[in-house]
Design a protein around this ligand. Structure first.
Ligand SMILES: N[C@@H](CCC(=O)N[C@@H](CS)C(=O)NCC(=O)O)C(=O)O
Length: 226
């Protein structure tokens, strides 16, 4: 049995990726949601420590055997389900998809720091301020825009490598940030954001996130009232 340990759906960008991926491909799994609480010794960390030494979600449990870190989970899901094109089938395209995911995994720190995922929020004024003040965010966004535009032109869309793949699951939280903060991107990339938003796995996660209504002050650096 597959179980996926995740955090709050409104906030947990890393949890979103494997959840969306498995849901998109119709891979059955049980969701185990742990409410975010990053205080030392919290229930979140205590429960998580049963599965991973990292103190971070997501964790995939295969009959109780733990796989942690999103990239490892994506690779493991692909291993477990070779019948699904989790990665593009063509080897060079697969290599490119892995490059983009690794780039996301290791990078875009300014965007992540200044525009944390908050699916429910609409914060265009914060986005405008961050774009004006943070060169790092502008650089991250420019790279994402270029990456998506090149990839969509090469593949013909509708997703980065044609059909939905791990790469699209990887960028779903970026699409969320672009929407929440109204970050300016090209028409081509914006239309990709809108397609991604209504893709089956992504739209299910978003619906759950909107229904969650579990707002946490430490995840809300920009909102003073709701
Ligand atoms: N590299 C990890 C990052 C996971 C991560 O940072 N998860 C956050 C939630 S989105 C978390 O669990 N944070 C808890 C903490 O930092 O203590 C992955 O790819 O899964």
């Amino acid at each position: 049995m597959l179980q996926l340990v995740i955090g709050n759906k409104n906030y947990s960008s890393w949890s979103m990726r494997p959840w969306v991926l498995m849901r998109h491909f119709g891979i059955a799994f049980q969701e185990v949601k742990l409410r975010f609480d990053f205080a030392p010794g919290s229930d979140f960390y205590r429960e998580l420590s049963r599965h991973t030494p990292t103190g971070k979600v997501p964790v995939l449990l295969i009959d109780g055997f733990a796989v942690w870190d999103t990239l490892a989970i994506a690779e493991t899901v692909a291993d477990l389900h070779p019948g699904h094109a989790i990665w593009p089938r063509e080897p060079m395209q697969r290599a490119r998809a892995r490059s983009l995911c690794a780039e996301m995994h290791a990078g875009f720190g300014a965007l992540r720091d200044h525009c944390p995922m908050n699916i429910e929020a609409r914060l265009p004024e914060v986005g405008a301020r961050v774009m004006a003040e943070q060169a790092g965010v502008r650089a991250d966004l420019a790279r994402i825009d270029a990456m998506w535009s090149q990839q969509l032109a090469a593949s013909g869309g509708p997703f980065l490598f044609g059909g939905f793949s791990a790469a699209d699951a990887y960028f779903a939280p970026v699409a969320s940030r672009i929407r929440t903060y109204s970050l300016p991107i090209s028409v081509c990339s914006q239309s990709y954001v809108e397609r991604l938003w209504v893709a089956p796995g992504v739209s299910h996660w978003v619906a759950d996130a909107l229904a969650e209504r579990d707002f946490l002050d430490f995840e809300e650096p920009y909102r003073t009232c709701r």
